[in-house]
Design a protein around this ligand. Structure first.
Ligand SMILES: Cc1cc2nc3c(=O)[nH]c(=O)nc-3n(C[C@H](O)[C@H](O)[C@H](O)COP(=O)(O)O)c2cc1C
Length: 168
């Protein structure tokens, strides 16, 4: 798929078919993740692709959207808050690193004809406990992965003039 078509096609999908995900697509998604930039190239992340029914149930119990359980896989984005680069005043940059890496996954999934939906509105501590994640690791985002069972309504958004200003 052409790059700008991928950007146009990507949407947050909240209804999934149970069809399994082709192995070749997973390989391509993993490669897209490996290509993601990070501050000082520290790659302070670990991404899990959860297929296991029991673990997916635990993840779903930490989030209100019942539709999450439909997807055959859930991606879990883990950040290492110690390993990541820190700004000069000490602020960890992990949110930005993970955001970029997760979006590489999301766009690669779109190019593979698969659907995703960024999810951050889960109970952080409950999710940490459910997945046995210990500090310095944090669960910064999750996403279902699978074939879409819906076509989202066209999206509204801010105009390019409002969000992108050329400063001569
Ligand atoms: C960082 C982030 C967190 C999000 N968290 C959630 C979430 O918890 N639940 C949800 O249904 N959608 C979530 N979304 C999806 C947004 O609602 C969605 O991207 C936005 O409405 C634009 O729609 P689109 O992705 O279809 O273009 C999140 C998106 C981002 C980027």
């Amino acid at each position: 798929m052409e790059f700008y078509d991928v950007l146009r096609k990507r949407r947050s999908v909240r209804s999934y078919k149970s069809d399994p995900i082709p192995k070749k697509s997973l390989d391509n998604i993993a490669e897209a993740l490996a290509l993601a930039p990070s501050a000082c190239n520290l790659q302070p992340w670990s991404f899990r692709l959860v297929l296991n029914d029991g673990i997916r149930e635990k993840i779903c119990s930490c989030y209100g959207g019942k539709w999450l359980a439909e997807a055959p896989a859930i991606i879990v984005a883990l950040a290492n808050m110690d390993e990541c680069w820190k700004r000069p005043e000490g602020t960890p940059i992990a949110d930005i690193d993970i955001g970029i890496a997760m979006e590489h996954i999301v766009l690669a999934a779109t190019a593979e004809g698969l659907a995703t939906c960024w999810i951050c509105a889960y109970e952080m501590e409950k999710m940490r406990a459910a997945l046995d994640i210990l500090p310095p690791w944090k669960v910064l985002a999750i996403s279902p992965l699978g074939f879409a069972n819906e076509t989202p309504q066209p999206r509204t958004g801010k105009s390019t003039d409002a969000i992108f200003k050329i400063v001569p």
